[in-house]
Design a binder for this molecule. Sequence first.
Ligand SMILES: CC(C)C[C@H](NS(N)(=O)=O)C(=O)O
Ligand SMILES: [Ca+2]
Ligand SMILES: [Ca+2]
Ligand SMILES: [Zn+2]
Length: 311
Amino acid sequence: EFPPGDEAYHTYAEMTEALRAAQRAYPGLARLSSVGRSYEGRELYLIKISDNVDRDEAEPEVLFTCNQHAREHLTTEMCLHLVQRFTARYATDATVRQLVDSREIYVLPQVNPDGSEYDIAGGRYKGWRKNRQGSGTDPNRNWDYRWGCCGGSSGNPRSDTYRGTAPFSAPETRAVANFVNSRVVGGSQQITAHIDFHTYSELVLWPYGYTYADTAPGMNAEQARRFADIGRRMAATNGYTPQQSSDLYITDGSVNDWMWGVHGILSYTFEMYPRTSSGLSGFYPPASVIPRETARNDAAVDVLLRAAGGA
Ligand SMILES: CC(C)C[C@H](NS(N)(=O)=O)C(=O)O
Ligand SMILES: [Ca+2]
Ligand SMILES: [Ca+2]
Ligand SMILES: [Zn+2]
């Protein structure tokens, strides 16, 4: 459980109950499923939000993933805020209704529930980042695109950026990748856009992460320009700093590189609040900031949902 004062943050059980409650309250709009299990056997819950939710309609599909990194608990709240906004406001908010009626929105609030639960065990924060497989694998170095290619991860199991023994050696990244692979229907990937939420630093990041170059195989100048244009439009709404991922530092095996490199999905990372911090406290902002710092991304999310349809 979370330490005293931080009860508003959702544990894995509370997150699961929030998803179940959304499905119960909005059965025509929300459908809960699992994409698989974590290393310790926790279901990796996914909720789909759309009109006629039980039908696979010819609408652009957009995926939001959160909590790849255990200690980044504000991101779980970000995904749950998305679920809340697109279900509870459907009846009253014309913007929300238009988006839910014309898109299929997938939200995965905890990619790494084992790590997240370990980080808060006993009501004390551990500063834990990775999953709980052996000494821990960094999920965001375990994706199967240019895995371990470029000095953007570690081969040392003790390292916080340990890439694992092989691409998708982590059950969690394997399960999410299986789901994305399953959305190739009739030879084309139905998911057109994606945001992976992290904390912290207030950044909008786009691929590639494995190279400093703006263009590279699978990313031509026009595609790079589109990533930057949409990235800048999103950053203009939330005050984050837009940049290519590698401008921060080189990463290899990251989710954005895989989503774009393998599936052509317009995939971003949002590093949320705070912008700066000393040491680990940046990962543990007071629960009082949750409403403000999750709603802060509403307009950016709408920019992406529109871009997913070609806007
Ligand atoms: C998406 C990359 C470029 C940044 C991310 N930073 S974090 N969230 O781990 O501090 C990471 O190292 O995975
Ligand atoms: Ca629909
Ligand atoms: Ca569809
Ligand atoms: Zn992170």
